[in-house]
Design a protein around this ligand. Structure first.
Ligand SMILES: Cc1ncc(COP(=O)(O)O)c(C=O)c1O
Length: 405
């Protein structure tokens, strides 16, 4: 991963006259040259709509688009391309689970379990479903170590549990949940399991078949890919229990004046012109990540987390929200300083050229459980270095000096 920064032109930017130190990767990641080039190449040489025309350009674009479906399947250990649906992001993928599967299978009195670590994307759709169906939302609490209380989870599970929706890694605390074990518990009572892997795919090896989850969703933009591309993995056979969630062209097989029949497989969920260029560009992103190797990326994230935690722990004024064991945590470090608003922390970091996220991180109920009005968050990826964390420490010292803490 040495010299990888040269692959990312944006890292040449100056912010407030300082070198950009980008530590907001849990929000979105920067794009390597090879990805930028793939996007330009597509529009320069191959642009056409897919699955429609029989001219050369269209057939080429269709082939490239469908090749990426195969690549995605391989990347996450799915049995075939037919397990992969393209959406616009993780949020849309989770809403697809709600509208295409849960709407047909959740009934009054049924229970859905989520965890206290969920992003709004994996909370609000289930609140709405429970309201509509008169079903119940149960929330797995946290331990003092910012991990999920697995005993409480096991007690919550019953034949009433129809769906368990879990993040594989928190975007706030970085907690990596033991999803494989949690899937086994859920399946034992006959519940389906949907994994929100927005913070995990692209950060460490993830194998959907091995995890044995029923659904798994993630976003290309959080793993060096373009915005506007999400993925929903659906376990073999489960597609037969689902129906389309948006209707129109592309997803139909035959249309009469008063009715229509729909395509089978993932295509029934992809109505209208999809995000062709960005999906094809995502193929180049996967090649790039494969070349680097997910185990190397995981080790790099952990090394930076260990270093950042060590440095930030030197300051007694800083409260860190992160599991004690590094192995339970991805490359995310949330912290607060009593008496300083997280937006003030982020503003001062920005003066040093350091981009971090501050606020609720789309996890407002979690903030209430942590009893804070938001946190400041550093999040790492392949182009970050220990030097970046040293610059962040400069920002931290400036915050403490400014607020005389
Ligand atoms: C854990 C988690 N789930 C879901 C999302 C939503 O992702 P997107 O905005 O790409 O739909 C995010 C984004 O930060 C996230 O961190």
């Amino acid at each position: 991963m040495k010299n990888i920064q040269k692959d990312f032109p944006i890292l040449q930017r100056k912010i407030n006259g300082k070198r950009l130190v980008y530590l907001d990767n849990a929000s979105t990641t920067q794009k390597p040259k090879i990805v930028l080039k793939a996007l330009q190449d597509f529009y320069t040489t191959s642009n056409a709509n897919i699955h429609r025309s029989i001219h050369t350009l269209s057939e080429e674009a269709t082939g490239q688009f469908e090749d990426v479906r195969k690549k995605v399947a391989k990347f996450i250990g799915a049995p075939s391309a037919e397990n992969i649906i393209f959406t616009k992001n993780t949020t849309e993928a989770i809403n697809c689970i709600r509208l295409s599967w849960a709407d047909q299978h959740i009934k009054a009195g049924d229970e859905i379990i989520i965890s206290a670590l969920e992003h709004h994307a994996n909370l609000v759709p289930w609140q709405e479903l429970c309201k509509a169906k008169k079903s119940f939302l149960k929330i797995i609490p946290l331990t003092h170590d910012f991990t999920l209380d697995l005993q409480a989870y096991q007690k919550m599970l019953s034949p009433k549990t129809k769906l368990v929706c879990l993040t594989s890694q928190s975007n706030v605390t970085g907690t990596i949940n033991p999803i494989k074990q949690m899937v086994v518990f859920a399946h034992a009572v006959g519940a389906r399991v949907a994994i929100d892997a927005a913070q995990s795919v692209g950060h460490r090896p993830m194998n959907a078949k091995d995890i044995d989850c029923d659904f798994l969703s993630f976003s290309a933009h959080k793993m060096l890919g373009p915005t506007g591309v999400g993925i929903l993995y659906i376990k073999d056979g489960l597609i037969n229990e689902m129906k389309p969630f948006i209707y129109g062209g592309e997803m139909v097989e035959s249309v009469q004046e008063q009715s229509a029949s729909y395509r089978t497989g993932p295509w029934q969920f992809e109505a209208g012109t999809p995000n062709i260029a960005d999906v094809i560009t995502f193929g180049a992103t996967l090649d790039y990540l494969n070349k680097i190797g997910l185990k190397n990326i995981q080790a790099h994230d952990q090394e930076l987390l260990f270093y950042a935690k060590k440095i930030f722990s030197h300051y007694p004024q800083v409260k860190i929200y992160s599991p004690a064991h590094i192995k339970n945590c991805g490359g995310v470090l949330s912290f607060s300083i009593e008496g300083v608003h997280p937006h003030d922390i982020a503003t001062i970091f920005n003066e040093e050229g350091v981009a971090i996220r501050s606020g609720f991180h789309c996890a407002e109920p979690l903030m209430k459980r942590l009893d804070v009005n938001g946190t400041a968050r550093l999040s790492f990826y392949i182009y970050n270095t220990k030097k970046d964390i040293d610059v962040a420490e400069k920002g931290l010292k400036k915050v403490l000096k400014t607020f005389k803490i």
